[in-house]
Design a protein. Sequence first.
Length: 335
Amino acid sequence: MHINVLKIYKIKYKFLIILETILCCTAKFASVINMYSNFVRPTTTLAANRHFNSKALSGEEAKRLYVEEIKGAKDPSQLLRDKPQSQHVNKTKTVKEPRLSDKELFLTVQNNDVNTLKAVLDRYPDKINKIDKFGWSLLMIACQANSVETVQELLARGADVDVRDKAGNSARSLIIKNKNFSLASIFVTHRNSIEIQNVTVEDSKMRTKDKEKYFCETCRNEFQDKQEHMSSTIHNIMSSKHRKLPVNYVIPSSNKGYQIMLKVGWDKESGLGPDGSGKKYPIKTVQKKDRKGLGLGKIKLKNKDECMKDTDKRMTKKRKHIERQFEVNFRREFY
């Protein structure tokens, strides 16, 4: 803008110089005419007064008019200094903010700077599952650093809790290793809220969906849900009730004897032998648990007390196995 102002003042300055030159020439021309009028009488006094008695503008007067004209003009630099501050503020607002690097983002999560994290995720939502070179996600870094507010913000934005690093650690496993009960309660609450939302969505779908009754030819009965009935145990038992199990001779089809038997007309579904009365499956093996060697030993009958002791041992072993399995399943909920 200041460049345009300078151009305007330059043009005005040139115009005033040209005007001053014209006025000086006019004054000189008028003085010559006055000298000529002393020798030549004008036709009438009115014409002489109209043409020669008009007052001429001298060079000093033209200079004075130019000085008065440029007194009111301001310096272009002063115009820039006098510009309203609001325009400058608007320009600074439009300047694009520098993008936060990944390393700075990881430090922000580690230092529990929730405000900066919100600003970055609002602008770049795809960075919520950003992983460093060791395979640690933002949620894992926050859990390790005990940044409670950051963990809550990441979970609220839908961060992936199943991400694992190169060593197989996840956010849940880090919480268990550090024994951080506050973060564990936050994770459990988050998981329960997700399950409740899924249940409500499924209930709404079940209510809105009109289910048609399905008649099963195998079970000879009507059912509400076809997919649920097809995967049920009752349907599988009924469908496999009259089905023949495939025979297994443990003989490869490339065997020469097997191929000769098929060419002769042997039915492989009937059994071994020319009349098909032989075995269809190989003889089951029995594991030998004693150390007496080969041969049939004497069978020792156990009394009732020994049978009860063996039963108690088996029950105790089974109960310990169930308790161990329950503990393992409980821990798997956090993996």
